[in-house]
Design a protein around this ligand. Structure first.
Ligand code: 13P
Length: 252
């Protein structure tokens, strides 16, 4: 049986607090009462406190777009796990390709962030995915395998209860070029096999695998119907309440 689908909106660096509040208000109405699906949004850090108060008692959970591995200290610009938990934020996206491409994130730093996040009680959404050059060179599965093996090094089956993997082909992010369902399912099946090897059959099967990269209302249902696609990490379409709600409904 497939795990409960998990749809997360990654707002990236978009929205003032006022804009975030307006979007949350529209979104809460649009997804009110929906069950059989887990929903979360990841606004910018600056909006977390305000949005957290709005989400109390709703079926939408709060996520952060990054988290540091240390508990405190001289790490200018970073945010510690306990700082997120204090705000009612229970989930952190880690190792997004934009962090890897533009901010020097590596498999090793992803591993440190994920390990600390999970140890602190956060759910970690660890992102992996190949670039266009890597796909064209036939390296997709080996790149993703390296990211999974190094990124999850040392995590146990118990840790994996709070682990989600997002497969986001870099060439599909923000481009309108969605992976075909066959391309996505092939990589998801490979990730699933790696998780089964590391965590055992039961836990490996229970970790949610999200697809990300130009997910829209009109392609969500087909992607989510694939055997190893258990959710979506949605960028652009999560900034429109109606589109995000339509993607959530496609998962139900
Ligand atoms: P888009 O949905 O805008 O392609 O972004 C995907 C993404 O990067 C989500 O984390």
């Amino acid at each position: 049986m497939k795990p409960t689908p998990f749809i997360v909106g990654n707002w990236k660096m978009n929205g003032t607090v006022a804009e975030a509040r307006a979007l949350v208000e529209a979104l809460e109405t649009a997804v009110a009462g929906l069950s059989g699906v887990e929903i979360a949004i990841a606004p910018p850090f600056t909006a977390l406190a305000s949005v957290s108060a709005m989400l109390e008692g709703s079926n939408v959970q709060l996520a952060a777009q990054n988290v540091h591995w240390a508990t405190s200290g001289a790490f200018t610009g970073e945010i510690a796990p306990a700082m997120l938990i204090e705000l009612g934020c229970g989930i952190a996206i880690i190792g997004h390709s934009e962090r890897r491409q533009f901010f020097g994130e590596t498999d090793e730093s992803v591993n440190a962030r994920a390990t600390a996040a999970i140890a602190s009680g956060l759910t970690a959404i660890v992102c992996v995915g190949e670039t266009l050059a890597e796909r064209e060179a036939g390296e997709t599965l080996s790149v993703v395998e390296r990211q999974i093996v190094r990124g999850l090094a040392g995590l146990t089956a118990e840790n994996a209860q709070r682990l989600v993997i997002a497969y986001e082909p870099v060439w599909a992010i923000g481009t309108g070029k969605v992976a075909t369902t066959a391309q996505a399912q092939q990589v998801h099946a490979h990730i699933r096999a790696l998780l089964v090897t590391q965590f055992g059959a039961d836990v490996g099967a229970s970790v949610r695998l999200q697809y990300g990269g130009s997910v829209k209302p009109d392609n969500a249902a087909e992607l989510l119907a694939q055997p190893d696609i258990d959710g979506a990490l949605v960028g652009g379409a999560s900034l429109k309440a109606a589109d995000f709600a339509a993607i959530v409904k496609a998962a139900v």
